[in-house]
Each structure stands twice: as C-alpha cells, then as structure tokens.
Design a protein around this ligand. Structure first.
Ligand code: BCO
Length: 309
C-alpha cells in the first residue's frame, strides 16, 4: 500500500487528535489505493513531461518559501513540477520547526495553470483523472500542513494557478495582479480541488460568479469578496520599500510570531473546526489544547503576569 507523506508524519505524532483527524481522512490524502490511486504509476507518467521546478527554501525563522519556477511558460505546471510539488509537501510535513509558508511564482508572475503541452498529451479521461487525483492529494496535504500559509500573487494566477492559491490559508495580491479561474474558457471546471475550496473561502454565490463568468479578480474585488486577505504595492526599482517577498514575510509575521508549538496548535484547531463535524472538532480542540496547556509558552506567560491592554 502506498503511504503518503502525512501518514509517515502522524506515525510519530504526539497529538492523538490530530493523527485521528488525518487518519479519518485517508491519512491526509483524499485518494488512496482503495480509490484505484497508484501514486508511483502516476508519478512515472507525470515525469514524462519535464520542465521547470518547484523550489523550497526552509529558513531559520521557521518560515519556508515555495517557488513555482518555470518562467519561460509563465510558471505553468509541467508534469515533473507536479511531482516536485508533492515531494516538497512531504519535506514540509517532516519539518517539525515550521510555522509559516509563502507560496510565490518566479520572475514576477504567479502561475498560468497546468502546462498546456502536457494537457494536450494527456487529454484522455483516464490520464486526466489520475493527474487530478494526484494534484488534489498534494494540494490537500499542503492546506493541512500545521503551519500558516499564504499565496503571494504577483502577475497572474490562472486556471490551476488560481486553484493553487486556494490551497493556502491566506492570499495576498500585489497591485496589478489577477486571479482568474479560466477553466470555463478551456471547456473545463477546476479539478485540483479549487472549486470545493473556493466555495469555503468566498461562499457559493461568489464561487458561482467567479467560475461561471471566469471573472478576473483584481486586488480590489479580491478584498471585497474575501478571496484576498491583503494587498501589497509593487515597489518601484528606486524605492526602499523592500521586495514583495520581504513585504509578504512582514505581513505573515503577525500570524507566525511566537512559539512554534502554539502557532502549529492554532492551525490545528482552525483546520479541525473547518473540516470536522462539530462534536469531533470540539474533541480535537480539547486534545490540541492539552498539548499547549502547561507547556513552556503557557508557563512563561503565567510567570510574567502578562496583561493584554
Ligand atoms: C486543472 C488545471 C486547469 C488549467 O490550469 S488549464 C491551463 C489554464 N491556463 C491557460 O490557459 C494559460 C494560457 N496562457 C495565457 O493565457 C497567456 O500565455 C498568459 C499566461 C496570459 C500570458 O500572456 P503573455 O504575457 O502575452 O505571454 P505569452 O502568451 O507570450 O506567454 C509566454 C510563454 O508562456 C507560454 N505559456 C503561458 N501559459 C502557458 C501554459 N499554461 N502552458 C504552457 N505554456 C504556457 C506561452 O505559450 C508562451 O510561450 P512561447 O514564448 O510562445 O514559447
């Protein structure tokens, strides 16, 4: 049986509730062998469409940067990049000190979706389903990482690129950027889990408008409907405002500042609240609470008699 990355992590996890949450959901993946999903077979097929890379930088601060890197194709996802993505998610699952993640595109644009050359080559329904299951698994695991993630959208996030933004906890849009679910224009609907996640982010009415109209979401509309959580000004070459990535790190730091176990616990209780029925979410919250109650950060705060004015 193929075990995905999260299952390896939860075997060593000290948090029973968290482990049960992921086990209940097929070990953090949506599809496993019981759904006819054969990870190795699909990886091999995807590797036949090479190009670009997904690069992961783990920083001492506990915040990692994941870069979608295929600039000559506006950062479109080749098959090998899909495999890379799954590997980088495994690395993050095994990084115990992680608190935050920024997902960005290389060279001033986010991602133009799946590589249309690969799409043409695997346009038969069987291969399409396999690619879809592979990407749903990888992006579901990305969203369930016990860290706080943000998609830094500069330039365009189209098709699968728009779907990728919804696999992060937050989205911040640079001035002039666009998120567009162009699937309808391609005779498609989202298949990487983007529709299901979009409904949870902006509600079904807005999701219907964005998908049905293939609407271009600029930062203003993004903020209005709750797809964007912040807007950053692209700094001019002569300005000292810092790079967009530095600005994104500053933006994220208000959520990732603090002890790692506490930040991870915050994500776990929010995720269980989002994904589980209420009574199970409450039991999970109790168990996660037990991991921080009387812990070093809690004892330090009590000893310092902190006030919250
Ligand atoms: C379930 C997943 C569903 C999906 O993701 S389906 C894919 C959805 N995405 C698309 O249809 C994007 C198609 N591309 C475009 O609309 C435009 O290229 C785009 C991104 C607006 C950029 O326009 P421009 O700035 O005018 O630049 P351009 O068109 O000259 O592009 C530069 C080079 O990048 C290539 N490119 C862009 N998006 C690509 C893609 N998705 N797959 C493969 N190659 C892609 C484009 O062909 C061009 O290459 P070249 O310079 O002609 O060799």
């Amino acid at each position: 049986m193929v075990l995905c990355g999260v299952s390896r992590q939860i075997l060593g996890s000290s948090c029973g509730a968290w482990a049960r949450l992921l086990q209940r959901q097929s070990r953090g993946c949506v599809y496993s062998s019981i759904h006819g999903f054969n990870q190795e077979e699909i990886r091999e097929k995807l590797q036949a469409f090479p190009g670009g890379s997904i690069d992961l930088l783990k920083q001492e601060s506990g915040v990692a940067v994941l870069t979608i890197n295929n600039p000559s194709r506006m950062n479109a996802f080749s098959g090998s990049m899909m495999v890379d993505l799954e590997e980088m998610v495994s690395q993050l699952e095994n990084w115990t000190d992680c608190k935050g993640l920024i997902v960005q595109g290389a060279a001033g644009t986010f991602c133009s979706g799946s590589d249309l050359n690969a799409v043409r080559a695997i346009s038969n329904p069987q291969d399409g389903m396999k690619m879809c299951m592979f990407m749903q698994n990888a992006l579901t695991r990305l969203l369930r990482l016990p860290l706080i993630s943000v998609a830094l959208v500069e330039g365009r996030a189209l098709g699968g690129g728009a779907e990728l933004t919804t696999a992060c906890d937050f989205r911040i849009m640079a001035s002039g950027s666009v998120i567009q679910f162009v699937h309808k224009h391609m005779g498609l609907v989202p298949g990487w889990g983007g529709a299901a996640r979009l409904v949870r982010i902006v509600g079904s009415q807005n999701a219907l408008k964005l998908l049905g109209g293939a609407l271009k979401v600029d930062p203003e509309l993004g903020l209005q409907i709750g797809l964007a959580d912040g807007v950053l000004e692209v700094p001019g070459a002569e300005e000292g405002a810092g790079t967009l990535l530095q600005q994104a790190e500053n933006w994220l730091s208000r959520y990732t500042k603090g002890p790692t176990p506490v930040i991870q616990a915050v994500k776990k209780v929010v995720l269980s609240g989002r994904e589980l029925p209420l009574s199970e979410a409450l039991r999970t919250e109790k168990d996660v609470f037990g991991t921080v109650w009387g812990g070093p950060a809690n004892l330090r705060a009590l000893a310092s008699k902190s006030k919250h004015k």
